[in-house]
Design a protein around this ligand. Structure first.
Ligand code: LLP
Length: 439
């Protein structure tokens, strides 16, 4: 790891190389493990706030008074406390289900700042979104456009829509999180877009409001994002030629974070380049700029705390068996993603430094949280898996009948449980056997 600990929202008294306990804001992570147990996700309110403010400041500087809206992608981390932090900062939200809309409302978010993405919106979800008065729908197919028109007509409402177009740009990221290529299931083909916009403009209960795209996630170079932006600005110009005037343009999310030592996208440069792309509009478009960042706001504001259950040296390698597993954090198993792993407990002079594969207890060889990590750990020590604030808890499952982790938010010197650890009774509560006497 070459990025400083502060990149990951944590620190040690005495500097990165000190042997002290790991802290988040003013709280020792070992205190959280002692109070709430492990595995536990821990989020920093200050880190969430700072990430939002950095992006907000970059956009404010680039836009010079012209309108913009940061719509936090709820899927990255949908804990109510996290959503509430962003709602209080004035964020909008990018949702992909009726469930996420319910969360945004429960967390105090403003429905009028919500955009609804996702390619399989159900009639019930569309109804609910129209009734709450969301800002608009990002539409992913022609069939969806007609469905939304019909539902809006039945409610005697008008639906504000953008098309999520597929700009056929290679995001050069992991294939599972690349979404802007022709062969992806997402979006409306770029060369069909004008025709579909024309149909949309004819529909009785549809208002065309924007152009949207999203090409992928964890991009560490802004070139593909800017290529997509240039394409959607040109599309908006072409629409204006056809008499269709959009109010906003959205290049999606996708800004990557540092997981080890990646030099990722500079937000000031990115915001300025987006503005530059808008200024190249042939028609002098005056539009609101929307962004849908998820990972960039939450990823490095969270860690997953886990305890060492066993140290298992074998002939081939050493294993550190911890109490978190792929059901808690699936990114390493699913995408071969790298997360830094560091000691949260203070250094233990008796533990030898060894190279370990850090593994969970799930019965799958893929249940590896980190390979080849040098750690001086012994049974009972607490370790922290970094950069776990986005796509961590939200992707957790109950595989192997494991209850999902607790979630805690640190705010200065205080720690708040923002989701209690799931209990086995929670898991069984909605199951039933065929006969009451179990025969
Ligand atoms: N907008 C849309 C339409 C999206 O599909 C996504 C993410 C975002 C915004 C937010 O993207 P971000 O700023 O977070 O890159 N589970 C994967 C990531 C999947 C991302 C899916 N779409 C992972 O753990 O890497």
């Amino acid at each position: 790891m070459s990025a400083p600990l502060s990149t990951f929202g944590v620190s040690r008294d005495g500097g990165d190389d000190s042997t002290d306990a790991l802290r988040m804001e003013d709280v020792a992570l070992t205190d959280i493990a002692a109070q709430f147990g492990t595995p536990t996700y821990v989020y920093s309110r200050a880190a969430l706030t700072n990430a939002f403010r950095r992006l907000d400041a970059a956009l404010a500087a680039a836009r010079q008074g012209r309108p913009y809206l940061i719509c936090y992608a709820v899927k990255a981390n949908s804990n109510l406390a996290v959503l509430n932090v962003f709602a209080k900062l004035g964020a909008g939200f990018d949702i992909v289900s009726g469930g996420e809309l319910r969360r945004v409302l429960a967390a105090g978010g403003d429905a009028r700042k919500v955009v609804f993405s996702g390619l399989g919106k159900t009639t019930d979800e569309i109804c609910f979104a129209l009734q709450t008065g969301i800002k608009g729908f990002n539409i992913e197919s022609e069939a969806e456009l007609y469905r939304i028109n019909t539902v809006a007509a039945s409610l005697d409402k008008r639906a504000a829509v953008s098309l999520r177009v597929n700009p056929d740009v290679d995001a050069k990221t992991h294939p599972y999180i690349s979404t802007g290529l022709k062969n992806n299931k997402f979006g409306i083909a770029f060369d069909r877009a004008v025709a579909v916009y024309k149909q949309a403009a004819q529909l009785s209960h549809i208002d065309v409001v924007g152009v949207d795209c999203h090409i992928g996630s964890q991009l560490v170079d802004d070139a593909p994002l800017l290529e997509a932006m240039a394409k959607i600005v040109a599309l908006a110009d072409e629409l204006a030629d056809a008499g269709i005037h959009v109010h906003h343009i959205c290049p999606g999310g996708g800004v990557g974070i540092t997981y080890s030592d990646e030099d990722t996208i500079d937000l000031n440069r990115y915001a300025a380049a987006l503005e530059m792309a808008l200024s190249r509009s042939r028609r002098g478009l005056k539009v609101e700029l929307l962004l849908e960042p998820g990972r960039a706001l939450a990823g490095n504001a969270g860690v997953l705390l886990t305890k060492v259950e066993y140290v298992k040296p074998t002939e081939a390698k050493n294993f550190l068996i911890v109490d978190a597993a792929m059901n808690d954090l699936i990114r390493p198993s699913l995408y071969q993603a790298h997360h830094e792993i560091v000691m949260a407990s203070p250094a233990n002079a008796t533990a030898p430094k060894r190279i370990y594969d850090v593994v969970g207890p799930v019965c799958e060889s893929a249940d590896v949280l980190g390979r080849g990590r040098t750690l001086a750990a012994s049974e009972g020590d607490v370790i922290a898996i970094l950069s776990a604030g986005a796509y961590g808890f939200v992707m957790a499952s109950n595989y192997n009948t494991r209850t999902r982790a607790a979630e805690v938010m640190v705010d200065g010197t205080s720690m708040h449980c923002v989701r209690r650890r799931e209990m086995l009774d929670d898991l069984f509560a909605s199951e039933m056997v065929l006969t009451p006497d179990l025969k």
